[in-house]
Ligand binder design. Structure first.
Ligand code: PEP
Ligand code: CO
Length: 447
């Protein structure tokens, strides 16, 4: 069926390509994927697009978060459940603060491929491929582990399927009920040493739920309070993998990449004439693109025209990642260029990727107050430009890691080594992530 679809992306230069040493094995893996069931279906993708359209108009809010790089060995129930839990907790707080439905999207069930600033590295005098994510190779610093192995693409598909299955079971089976999630938030406020500062907002949410009950709303019987729609997302880096999971929608005839719900183009692969942009320009998915400080206004206009030719709300999400120190210099002119051209996009802030630095102890880290500062400035710019700040994007985990500095726990450089577990970039731990949600919700309420 896929043969009817023009694969024009194949003729375009591809940034961050993977040099698969065994091309025959690579083709065989893709063939297996082509005949496998899709991980998500077009109906869901259209539902997500409708919700993202609402967020672009200011009627909903996008919350996206999860690992920088998911690891196969951590595809375990506890890790998946903990990530889901913290995102659900954040979502309840943000729903209250923004007084809007929150669209919940995990960096999960497919976030297995990484772009790298250098594609190879020399370790003990041996040149080898950099670690490119579990879908490609292994992180151990030996040449054999770093050799791209196409079998891992099949593992990626299977791991994504397992993860998605658990997510679907949990989110539809009662784990995500409003009472449960609210009880977790109460626990955070009562038990955590940093929770106290958020007690007031938590009391208000508690009061709102009590008020509904008093009015006769039995939340235990209403699906809206018992189940949530939870979507998956990842960077669509390996186009061979993504292409092998493209399916035609029998209802509309449209073509959809079906490896996850919200696929994005990274800041290193967003070239106007490159393969990644070409690939998505021919699909009907809702799609996202990272926008960093090197983006020029005119370039952005052209990229948007190419990725959202029908100028539809919900089709394109721009995930900005400038850094707290750069956002005010770069973002206003990009927002103005988009507004002036009448282009319909959803603006979402990633306050992580522009704020990475190496600490004195040698850890790649981010500081809590830089993350907050970028978020605050993101909202400020949109208020000044009269545009819609539609979402937030985080690298986070449900565990108690020590990867980002600061926050209520006051994690310092000498703490980083205690539980620095990330396979790639530093993540907010569960407490830091919830703190951000409470702080943003408080700021939104005041506004
Ligand atoms: C990422 O989201 O992990 C990432 C690599 O981001 P960016 O493309 O914005 O650098
Ligand atoms: Co990252």
């Amino acid at each position: 069926m896929t043969s009817a679809r023009p694969a024009t992306w194949r003729d375009r230069p591809m940034a961050q390509g993977i040099p698969w040493p065994d091309l025959e094995a690579y083709e065989a893996a893709l063939e297996t994927l082509r005949s496998s069931p899709p991980l998500v279906v077009p109906l869901e993708l259209r539902a997500l697009k409708t919700q993202l359209a609402a967020a672009a108009r200011g009627e909903a809010f996008l919350l996206q978060g999860g690992d920088c790089a998911e690891e196969f060995i951590r595809i375990r129930p506890d890790h998946i459940q903990d990530t889901l839990k913290v995102l659900l907790q954040m979502a309840v707080v943000l729903t209250y603060g923004s007084a809007r439905p929150v669209i919940k999207v995990g960096r999960i069930a497919g976030q297995y491929a990484k772009p790298r600033s250098s594609l190879t590295e020399v370790i003990d005098g041996v040149e080898m491929s950099s670690y490119r994510g579990d879908a490609v190779n292994r992180p151990e610093p030996i040449a054999e582990a770093r050799r791209p192995d196409p079998q891992r693409l099949l593992n990626a598909y299977q791991k994504a399927a397992q993860t998605l299955n658990l997510i679907r079971a949990l989110t539809k089976g009662g784990f995500a009920s409003i009472e449960r999630v609210h009880a977790w938030n109460r626990e955070f406020v009562i038990d955590s040493p940093v929770g106290e500062s958020y007690a007031e907002l938590e009391r208000q949410i508690h009061g709102a739920l009590g008020f509904m009950r008093a009015c006769g709303v039995d939340t235990s019987r209403l699906p809206a309070f018992q189940q949530v729609d939870f979507y998956t997302s990842h960077e669509a880096l390996i186009l061979g993998y993504e292409d092998a999971l493209v399916r035609q929608d029998p209802e509309t005839g449209g073509w959809y990449a079906c490896s996850g719900h919200l696929l994005w183009i990274g800041d290193r692969t967003r070239q106007l004439d490159g393969a990644h942009v070409e690939f998505f320009s021919k699909l009907d998915n809702p799609v996202a693109m990272k926008v960093g400080p090197t983006m020029k206004p005119n370039e952005l206009n052209r990229l948007i025209d190419k990725l959202n030719p029908k100028n539809e709300y919900g089709r394109l999400t721009l995930i900005t990642r400038f850094g707290a120190d750069k956002i005010v210099r770069h973002m206003p002119r990009l927002v103005r260029a988009v507004t002036r051209a009448g282009q319909r996009v959803l603006w979402c802030c990633d306050p992580m990727h522009g704020n990475t630095f190496k600490s004195e102890s040698g850890h790649k880290t981010r500081h809590f107050h830089h993350i907050l500062a970028e978020i605050k400035r993101f909202f400020d710019v949109h208020r000044a430009e009269k545009t819609v700040p539609g979402g937030l994007h985080f690298e986070l985990t449900g565990g108690d890691v020590t990867e980002c500095l600061g926050g209520g726990q006051e994690i310092e450089d000498w703490n980083l080594a205690e539980r620095y577990l990330t396979a790639c970039d530093p993540r907010l731990n569960a407490q830091q992530a919830l703190e951000v949600a409470f702080l943003v919700a408080e700021a939104l309420k005041v506004r």
